[in-house]
Write a protein that binds this ligand. Structure first.
Ligand code: SF4
Length: 218
């Protein structure tokens, strides 16, 4: 892969910004506690599914203190439709215990503190840091990685490697927004199986236009 020009990167960003003027988080939340719960629940399921469950969850357990002492069976029953409910319930309670016990009930903001919470990986930590405190970061999920590979911005498959490479490439002040629009693009046009290259606003600059399906495995 040759070196990537900033002009190319900015052009991708500009076009996607225009394509996705409304790009708020798809998860519904009102405070850092609610976001961390919603993000933790969103693994392997849809944001819409999480949004259907969380109003009741936040009503029953409105803060880390109450969640830390939640009845695990009751929590499992509520989140059952989201899948992996045993693990998710255990993670939520353990994370809440840690927030209360180590961080005095406040959601921590450092990457290593966030990723020390059960159920919170780098992607989730970056989402929380970006949305709550507007801290820069590259948020790598399956959509982001796939679109970046197709756009020739990385060859890496490993999410942490994609993150490291894009952190070097994308200017800090652009990182959160870039993560968001590329993620949207992966859902709207550049889908894993049948990307809509014909309608894609990047189809005149994307190196993988029309051949993406053969070039990627996911
Ligand atoms: S042209 Fe096709 S492969 Fe390239 S970004 Fe658009 S949808 Fe994805």
């Amino acid at each position: 892969m040759g070196s990537i020009s900033l002009e190319y990167l900015f052009s991708v960003h500009r076009r996607l910004e225009k394509e996705y003027p409304d790009r708020n988080s798809l998860l519904v939340y009102n405070n850092p506690y609610q976001l961390i719960v919603a993000v933790s629940l969103s693994a392997q399921t849809t944001d819409a599914g999480v949004n259907r469950i969380t109003p009741e969850l936040f009503q029953r357990w409105p803060n880390p203190e109450s969640l830390a002492s939640a009845d695990i069976k009751e929590l499992e029953t509520l989140i059952h439709p989201l899948g992996f409910f045993h693990q998710k319930a255990r993670n939520l309670v353990a994370a809440a215990e840690r927030v209360v016990g180590i961080y005095g009930g406040e959601i921590p903001r450092e990457m290593n503190q966030l990723t020390s919470l059960p159920g919170i990986g780098r992607k989730s930590a970056n989402v929380i840091r970006a949305h709550v405190w507007n801290l820069p970061g590259i948020i790598v999920d399956t959509h982001f990685g796939r679109v970046c590979r197709r756009l020739g911005l990385t060859l890496a498959e490993n999410p942490e490697k994609v993150e490291r490479e894009l952190l070097l490439l994308v200017p800090e002040e652009m990182q959160n927004d870039f993560s968001m629009v590329v993620n949207y693009h992966g859902r709207r046009y550049c889908m894993a199986k049948k990307p809509n290259c014909r309608g894609c606003p990047l189809n005149d600059i994307c190196p993988h236009v029309g051949v993406a399906v053969r070039l990627t495995s996911d």
